[in-house]
Design a protein around this ligand. Structure first.
Ligand SMILES: Nc1nc2c(ncn2[C@@H]2O[C@H](COP(=O)(O)OP(=O)(O)OP(=O)(O)O)[C@@H](O)[C@H]2O)c(=O)[nH]1
Ligand code: SF4
Ligand SMILES: [Mg+2]
Length: 443
């Protein structure tokens, strides 16, 4: 499967036994979720990837019931509301014979706050009772302007009706975003990949695989260079460093790349070895721009906080996956080393994996330093950004931070290829003050 598939997230929400899992199975046309008369059957969110005709690739979320009581019920609810943040479309499954819609009301209000699209699925268990369906709008006023469909979730014949309803009302806002907006056909692009003890055997890391596939799909030429970082960082005059530098210079001479995209941990070398006439950026920056839907500027702005950090402040290093952390790991070794030198006394904490700190916890940090985020969906990353906006905590990114540690010129350089895009977004340039066009035209 292509690593570049973008999906719309559709969440199925409602009370216990409303028929959420039945709706899930109706859409997937198989027993994806367990269906049972026992309330609370779905405990943790169940997801399914599928292609919906007319809509394209989607990810479905079958969630737990909103009305379960007790401690477990509260835990499930927290998870449901976290899922809602990631959804592009919320399907609210309602049993129209229900007399109390208090929990649905809360979900609708939250969905509105988050600007989520909402559609109502009235699940008919018995002979349709039209009077009851009509009264739903009166009992749950927030739903007055929300499109409603009636189905029998356990009847496969209802699938077409439900699908048509979704297609008729849902407008995907997931605009296609170019991974490398500066890419040109029939040009070479150099990918700098220093393989170390953290490199998994037999495959590229996701950012490398995504960039390579993207370049090839657009009729340009990706060429990888395995940089020996140990040799490159050997003391000046050391034979190993001289040979590695020459090997790199020969490589550039041979392929004459339009741009170099490097592992961000090699920025200390690349900012010196890569001639200024060649555009330079990092995988981490490519990823964060893509998964944040083009909000690179926000991450560049976050760097301004670094100057204001004081001993006793806290910063959070966030990685969206749980890869094995050995050797010169960026999050646990390299960034903390820079902090110890440049920002002594600032306490660093880590958030690894798909779950993120809640807003109360986030509020204690002066800055978040986030990896490229390639192992979570764009929707999940945007949910993180929304939480940070709510709490007023700035965020930057590994690639930008590691470039900045090499000086402002290195930072300007890695941002330069993105500048036209940032300018188009109507944002005033500050950190980003070198014209990418100038660099690219100079080639
Ligand atoms: N007659 C009838 N029964 C249905 C229909 N939809 C669901 N059911 C039944 O209602 C019960 C609950 O359905 P689920 O799909 O498991 O409901 P749920 O909302 O996922 O429930 P939880 O996971 O417990 O929150 C099951 O016994 C289903 O067979 C329907 O349209 N008609
Ligand atoms: S999620 Fe982050 S740390 Fe994990 S591979 Fe992607 S960019 Fe690297
Ligand atoms: Mg269920």
């Amino acid at each position: 499967m292509s690593v570049l598939v973008e999906r719309d997230n559709i969440g199925i929400f409602g009370k216990m036994n409303a028929g959420k899992s039945s709706v899930m199975n109706l859409l997937t046309q198989q027993e994806t979720s367990l269906v049972d008369a026992a309330p609370g059957t779905t405990a943790d969110t169940r997801t399914a990837l599928l292609e919906l005709h007319g809509l394209g690739p989607v990810k479905l979320f079958d969630t737990a019931g909103l009305d379960e009581r007790g401690r477990l019920g509260a835990k499930k609810r927290r998870k449901v509301y976290t899922d809602l943040k990631e959804c592009d479309l919320a399907l609210l499954v309602i049993d129209p014979t229900s007399s109390n819609f208090a929990v649905e009301k809360k979900l609708v209000a939250r969905a509105r706050e988050l600007a989520k699209q909402l559609l109502v699925v009235c699940n008919i268990f018995q002979t349709p009772d039209r009077t009851k369906i009509k009264t739903v709008g009166q009992k749950l006023k927030l739903l007055r302007f929300c499109p409603v469909v009636t189905v029998r979730a356990n009847k496969p014949a209802c699938r077409a009706k439900l699908l048509q309803f979704i297609l008729a009302h849902y407008r995907s806002k997931n605009d296609k975003l170019e991974l490398l907006p500066f890419l040109q056909k029939n040009r070479y692009y150099a990918l700098i990949i220093p393989m170390d003890v953290e490199t998994p055997p037999g495959r590229y890391l996701r950012p490398q695989a995504m960039v390579e596939e993207y370049i090839a799909r657009r009729w340009a030429y990706p060429v990888s260079f395995r940089l020996d970082l140990g040799a490159a960082r050997a003391p000046a005059g050391d034979r190993r460093a001289i040979l590695e530098k020459k090997r790199f210079a020969d490589f550039l001479q041979n392929i004459k790349p339009r741009a170099v995209i490097t592992d961000s941990q090699a920025m200390d070398i690349l900012c010196k070895w890569c001639p200024p006439a060649i555009a330079l950026t990092t995988f981490s920056i490519v990823m964060i721009n893509y998964f944040s839907r083009g909000r690179l500027r926000k991450f560049a702005d976050g760097l301004r906080v670094l100057r204001k950090l004081r001993p006793g402040d806290k910063a959070l290093i966030a990685e969206a996956c749980n890869h094995s952390r050995v050797g010169e790991d960026i999050g646990t070794v390299q960034i903390p080393r820079y902090f110890a030198r440049r920002y002594p006394g600032v306490a660093l904490e880590h958030n690894f994996g798909r779950e993120f700190r809640d807003n109360k916890q986030l509020a204690q940090y002066k800055l978040i330093i986030h990896c490229g985020g390639c192992m979570i969906s764009a929707q999940k990353l945007q949910a993180r950004l929304r939480d940070l906006e709510t709490t007023g905590v700035p965020i930057t990114n590994y690639g930008l931070f590691l470039a900045y540690m090499q000086g402002e010129a290195a930072l300007r350089r890695v941002l330069a290829p993105w500048r036209p895009r940032i300018a188009r977004a109507g944002l005033r340039s500050n950190a980003v003050s070198v014209s990418a066009r100038r660099i690219l035209r100079a080639r």
